[in-house]
Design a protein around this ligand. Sequence first.
Ligand code: ZN
Ligand code: CU1
Length: 183
Amino acid sequence: MALPAQGGVKMKITLSSLVVLVLLICAGCEQNAGTDPLQPPPVAITDGDECHVCGMIITRFPGPKGEAYVTRVEQPLKFCSTRDLFAWLLQPETAAVVEQIYVHDMAQSDWAHPEDTHLIDARGAWYVVGSERTGAMGPTLASFATREAAAAFAEQHGGRLLRFEEITLPVLKSLMDWPANPR
Ligand code: ZN
Ligand code: CU1
């Protein structure tokens, strides 16, 4: 009977070490959320930068912009609008190469001249789709860091709240058809 007891103690130690290890790893994740030194940071969109999708000079137009890093390319691709960013993101070949993605936090940025430094992780952002406010390519997706800010914007300008994963090709298509087919 002594042996199984010893085995039990051993198992307990191993399990608690595992729990400690997992906790340590999670604490590390928490600390690095948003400011992961391994992730390339957002860069300013400057005069002359062209949209990767439509070629427009990005700073000449209002509304939230985006940028995305792809594998083995030092500088991010830049987009005139969240609409064009998602048009690119939702192409089947993009998933294999896309890394970090950033969009403007419109709670901090001026709609007419989005402030370049207020770029947030696109995957964690909240989006308002179908509002009255337009961006570089017309109807667009207003991006926000918090649900509260997105809800306040939708209250004022209309539209519905979506998370990153909920923005699909049909959602984007409904935007592009607007206002021909308003919801
Ligand atoms: Zn564009
Ligand atoms: Cu454009």
